[in-house]
Each structure stands twice: as structure tokens, then as C-alpha cells.
Design a protein around this ligand. Sequence first.
Ligand code: AMP
Ligand code: MG
Length: 527
Amino acid sequence: MVQCTTPVHRPCRCVRPRQNTGGTVESRYYFHPFTATGSAINVDDLPLDNSFAELPPAFYTRLMPTPLPAPYFVAASARAAALVGLDPALLARDDFVATFAGNHVLARAKPLAAVYSGHQFGVWAGQLGDGRAILLGQLAGPHGPMELQLKGAGKTPYSRMGDGRAVLRSSIREFLCSEAMAALGIPTTRALTMTGSDQGVLRETVESASVVTRMAPSFVRFGSFEHWSSRDKPDELRILADYVIATFYPELAGAPNPYRALLEEVTRRTAHMIAHWQAVGFMHGVMNTDNMSILGLTLDYGPFGFMDAFDSDHICNHTDQQGRYSYANQPQVGHWNCYALAQALLPLIGSVEEAQDALEVYQPAFAGKIDELLRAKLGLATAQDDDAQLFDAMFTLMDASHADFTLFFRRLGALRLDAPEHDAPLRDMFVAREDFDAWALRYRARLRLENSVDAERKLAMDRVNPKYVLRNHLAQVAIEKAQARDFSEVARLLAVLEHPFDEQPHNEHYAALPPDWASHLAVSCSS
Ligand code: AMP
Ligand code: MG
């Protein structure tokens, strides 16, 4: 057995500077631009491939999406469209809407639903699979091929008790957050477009149906490996691992033990992704192993949340009564999930020691990345031994006063080294003003140590401390308008979130504290 013995590492227990072991994979593809721009373009000309469909049939079920009555266009992301060489204007056209609602099946599509299993809330859940997501295939792009997946396109053999649908409310949240995270520089799946239909879908109430077209190089999950391992199917396990390595991690193929190398790299990427989450106050909400991407991407946006008032134990998912996926627990859960992956890969890796060694990268990778991100957030150009204590004290202070996460860091950028009399916008965020003063004294001393210059520091800090994040109430306003068939707010909010670090004078209200009514918003697994 591979056992997780890691102590909880909370974001405010920040550790010594460590070497950043990160490593991004350069794209090995070159882009054949499809440049689908003209009105003469036929949607069936989209040069779709499907490498996943070349795996043996045990890995998926080939099936058609279920059409929706009278689908309409809701939104499109121009940035995501650029990743597959598509003119976003095309996405509103009837034939594209029909395609991305699942009503028209592209000539070159090989639609399929993939099988996987997983641990949900720490408990083995057995077989799951794409219960409402249908993979069409992949399109080439400047950074490599992107798979297109229709989420909410009807029942599959893995739907269990579900209806195979997604509601407009949750689709808007997934669409906006995918693109917001990408703009924040956080590894994530993307959202190309959203379609809707007035077909009723029963959740707590009857809501309208929607399909989000998601994109990622791959939607393979930790649970895809757990599936074969749990069934004692080493051949399938190897086929899947070889496919993932050959297609997405070719540089690992020559390693002495490529499966161990895969575990190590996925562990590192997972740690880095979660450090990014912590640094912007993002909570995923359902970090089950079936929602963990083998590429280290933020995957499956459901009851996620961005922290408003800081509370390190905040639980964003109403369904998560134990707080397993609270903000402070995310780093540890990420590690736990990597242990589940290690357990699944063990038959291929061949030795518990090798698997344990691969998992050892998690803590230094997380610590190195969070330290790097926090230094940047505080405008620190150098690393000092006692930075961890400074971060620690800052989070303790924020926690005690429930200071707004996003506003605090943004305002910190405007701090003037020699003018504490101008601290009011920051200072007033804290109940115990004198505690803030004490921390600010330390922070100023630390800045002086590296001869920090106010104007330069502010510029640098504004590039890493977002002004605009997808606060729950902002999504809620867009959702309520969309439910009345006005999609303009979805587009407006997307445009704001595409530039999270910029001052947008006309959009100041999108950066404001949540209104009182927002405290009653609850997000759950219902989607
Ligand atoms: P999630 O918690 O959204 O990641 O979903 C967990 C599992 O339930 C996955 O296998 C999903 O495909 C499946 N699932 C969630 N919602 C539905 C639905 N409405 N219809 C069918 N399957 C669903
Ligand atoms: Mg899922």
C-alpha cells in the first residue's frame, strides 16, 4: 500500500524557500491553421481527429449526443476559439449552434463517452465515467490539439441516475470560470462556447438546459487509471498510461521507469496548480479523483468559489458538510489524490519505494510554487529566510478580520513605503487596526531590505494580484439575466474577466465587495 502520511500544510504555514522543480512541456505540434473565418465555411469542414477513439473500445462507448429542442446561442470565448483557429463569430451561426448543442454531428466526429472510476469525498465510488459529457474529437491549434467535449449533451451508459443534462446556471459558471482562470494564468480546461434550449431540466426546481463545449488537450483523469487498476486489468492500465505518455508527455518515454516519471510529473503539476488556486483564493469544491486532470488542469467546475471574506476554513460547496475540500485542506487533498493515482499506477511502476519517491516531489513543488506566488503578490523581488513568517502573520491577520481576499492584495500594491498615514484603505479592512500596523511595520522593513521602489512595486503587484475575479454574486447576476433570455451580462462579465489585472474604470463595480444578498448564495453539487 502507498500511504499518505503528509501533515496538513495550510497556506499560512508557509515554508522555507525551495528550488522550483517545475517544468513546462513545450508543444511538440505545429499548427495547421484552419482559419475558419468566411461565411462560406461549412461546419462539416472542421478538421476533427480523435486520438482517444483509437484506444480499444473498452475505454469508451461510441454514441451520439441527444438533440435539444430549438437550441440557441448563449456565449462564445474568442480566446478559446483562437486556440483552435476558429473565428468566434462563426459560433453564433445556426450550423455551429446545432453542432455545439449536439443536434448536428460533424462529418468527422467520432463521438464517445469515456469510462473512469474514482474516489468521491475520500470514499471509493466505483465506476463513474462521462455521464453527460461527449467527446467529439480534437482540433489542431497553435499550442497543440484541443479535444472538444460537449457537457450536458445527453445520457450515456455512465449516467447512472442522472439525466445527462447540464442546466444554464451551472454551465454559465463553468464557462465563465474556465476562461477567468485561464486569464489569471492558472492551468485549466477551456470553454469554447455555450448553447441553450428551453427544454426543462429538473434540479431543485425546473431549469433550462445548456451545453458547454469544453476544450483541453485531454480529459483523462486520475480516475481513468483507478478504473483499470481497481478491476485488476494491467493490460488496459498500461495501454492508457502508454497513450498518455506518448501523446502528452513524450519527453518521459525515455526515462528509466516512464510510469514513475509520469507519476512524478503529474504530482508536480498538481502541486503547482493547487498553489495557484491558493494564491487567488480559488476553491474547487469537489476535488474527487475523477475530477483531477492527468495534465494538471483545473477540471470540472461545479460548486467552486473565489474567496470573498477570508476564512481559511471556508467550504464553498454546500454539499461538503465535513469540509473535506475547504480552502485550507486543498493542498493536502491534492497530495492525497496523487497517492490514489500512485496506488493505481503501482502495477506499472513496480515498486512501492519508487512510487513513494515520485510522490515526494509534492511538498517541495507546492511549497516552492506558493512561496514564489506569495512573494510576487507582496511585491518581493528577493527571497529571505523569514518570508514564511511574514506570510503566516498576514494570513492570520486576514483570517481574524475576514478581510476580502482580492481587495486586500490589490490594495497592498498601493502601499507607500514612507507614508503609513495613507494606509487607511488597507488598515480599515481589519478589526484590530494595531495588529495591521504591526504587520505593516514588518512588511515595510522587509521591503526596505531590498530597496523596493513604490511605483515599480505597484506595477509588478498589479500584474499578479487580480482586481477582477468571478465572485459568486457576479456569476449570479449573469445567470439570472440569462434565465430571462438576456445573455448580454455573460458576455460583459467574460470581457471583464479576460483582463483581471487591468484597471477598468467603467467596471469598478465588478471589483466591489459582495452585496448583502450574496451572503445567502449557496452553491452545491446540483448542476
Ligand atoms: P461531478 O461531481 O459533476 O464531477 O460528477 C460525478 C459523476 O456524475 C460523473 O461521472 C458525471 O458524469 C456524473 N454526472 C453528474 N451529473 C450528471 C447528470 N446530470 N447526468 C448524468 N451524469 C451525471
Ligand atoms: Mg466530474
